[in-house]
Write a protein that binds this ligand. Sequence first.
Ligand SMILES: *Cc1c(COP(=O)(O)O)cnc(C)c1O
Length: 367
Amino acid sequence: MPVPFNDLTRQYRAHQEAFDEAVAGVVRTQQFILGPAVKRFEEELARYHGTAHGIGVANGTDAIVLALQALGVGPGDEVVVPALSFVASATAVARTGATIRFVDVEPVTYTIDCALAARACGPKTRAILPVHLYGQMADMESLSALCAKRSIPMVEDAAQAIGATYGGRKAGTFGAAGCFSAYPGKNLGAWGDAGFVVTADAGLAERIRMLREHGSRRKNWAEAYGLNSRLDSLQAAVLSVKLPLLDGWNRARASVAARYDEAFKGLPMQRPSVAAGRSHTYHQYVLCLQRRDALKTHLESRGVQSQIYYTDPLHLQPCFKGLGYKSGDCPVAERVCRENLAIPVFPEMTDAEVREVADAVRSFFKA
Ligand SMILES: *Cc1c(COP(=O)(O)O)cnc(C)c1O
């Protein structure tokens, strides 16, 4: 039985009326730029996170750029970034003009290694950017302590972790700013590119709003080199339909993951592991094993789709060649890139599909 990696058409069909009505509502007003739909979503976002401010932007990459720039990060500064993430976590930092210090990840959670992060901090360090990879939050306790000790802000890349918690507190609310992507495939996905920032800091929120709109607080008066990076009103309307459904969707993902955990007990591969006090949004359910490529081929032969997140660590990407990193500098990230395979996990998966994926993986080890 074929199993897709994800199928967003099921989500659309399940809530078609609400989506169509929300989009038609924006179309009727013809207010496409920062109209009432964006304001409403920003308020809902802030309420969901229990934080004072939500700011809609054009995508998750800009969310990081804008948060860092609003914090004053720029040329001459250094930002500590994990070596395992989507490339935008790092290119967003590079966009500000700051220099990236790559740090390896922990072997179990795949999030930034806090001891190494502490060692990477120096007099020029102006921010730490943890990534809540695959949907599990980084070690907020150690990182918050490190940031407090050095009086530098933490900016969370929470693109994969909306709704995840650490000690009951939500992803994106530990740092000076939490940055999110609503790329369609994310747990809260728009119908195109979209992103947002949450923060408790009114001044920071004000600067992000200024920077997302040409550096202007009032029309035709630019205080800074801003971007044109506003959340599209149609996307905001779609996201307002989805936000109340998010926690249920995340629970559905977790229940798929629990069934995989049960089915894969004892198999010689690394499964996702949730650290005590944390919850996981299962943006991805990632396996690690040396015979990764063979497993991928085996799953393909049974019609089960899978994906690699990521094939290459950030410190070895050609765009960062100038930083001088070499193979062996971040061995855990390099190992995960050789061994990872993400299998289907999405809220609308049927029981039969979950069983099919589990059987397909188990049959690989029997062969
Ligand atoms: C998706 C993602 C981004 C970038 O978000 P876009 O909306 O695609 O710009 C940044 N960081 C991580 C970890 C992501 O998964």
